[in-house]
Design a protein around this ligand. Structure first.
Ligand code: HEC
Length: 134
């Protein structure tokens, strides 16, 4: 009788381990599938802005801006939520990056980036405006 109990006990432990492993691996697969789904759906919107992201990491922008939190300047998500990604807005914001700007978000001005080309500044804006959260 005792033996049977022990055997049963061992079996249930093995079973428990097995099923835990199984459910974990299903979660992994679901997460992977979701990841792929997110990636493909994000691709068209951000396709033209990978360059902008690179330009931003290569410049001084990130000392004053974060994607999701205000530092000195507004978060890029806030900027994206405020402006529609229209050609006019892209030009206007590119101009602000190059010439500096103030008054849209508070009293602190943004320093000018006179060395940037209009094209590079526009790529940056396209990337920023792709970060909309609402
Ligand atoms: C010295 C700090 C600083 C740096 C460096 C900086 N910014 Fe800013 N940025 C600000 C501040 C402050 C504002 C808010 C200005 C305002 O209220 O109009 C701002 C605003 C912006 C806006 C919104 C403008 C508007 O009128 O709504 C964009 C877009 C932007 N920055 C992009 C950039 C990019 C791209 C870079 C790098 C090339 C950069 N910033 C570098 C401080 C900075």
């Amino acid at each position: 009788m005792k033996k049977i109990l022990i055997v049963l006990g061992v079996c249930s432990v093995i079973l428990a381990c097995n099923s835990a492993e199984k459910s974990e691996s299903t979660e992994d697969t679901t997460a992977a599938v979701e990841q792929v789904a997110v990636d493909t759906s994000a691709a068209p919107a951000s396709a033209g802005s990978a360059k902008g992201e690179q330009l931003i990491s290569g410049s001084d922008c990130l000392t004053c801006h974060k994607v999701d939190a205000k530092i000195v300047g507004p978060s890029y998500a806030d900027v994206a939520n405020k402006y529609e990604a229209s050609e006019a807005n892209i030009e206007m914001l590119a101009g602000k990056i190059i010439n500096g700007g103030s008054g849209s978000w508070g009293e602190i001005p943004m320093a000018p980036h006179a060395a940037l080309s209009t094209d590079d500044a526009k790529e940056m804006v396209k990337y920023i405006l792709s970060l909309k959260t609402k």
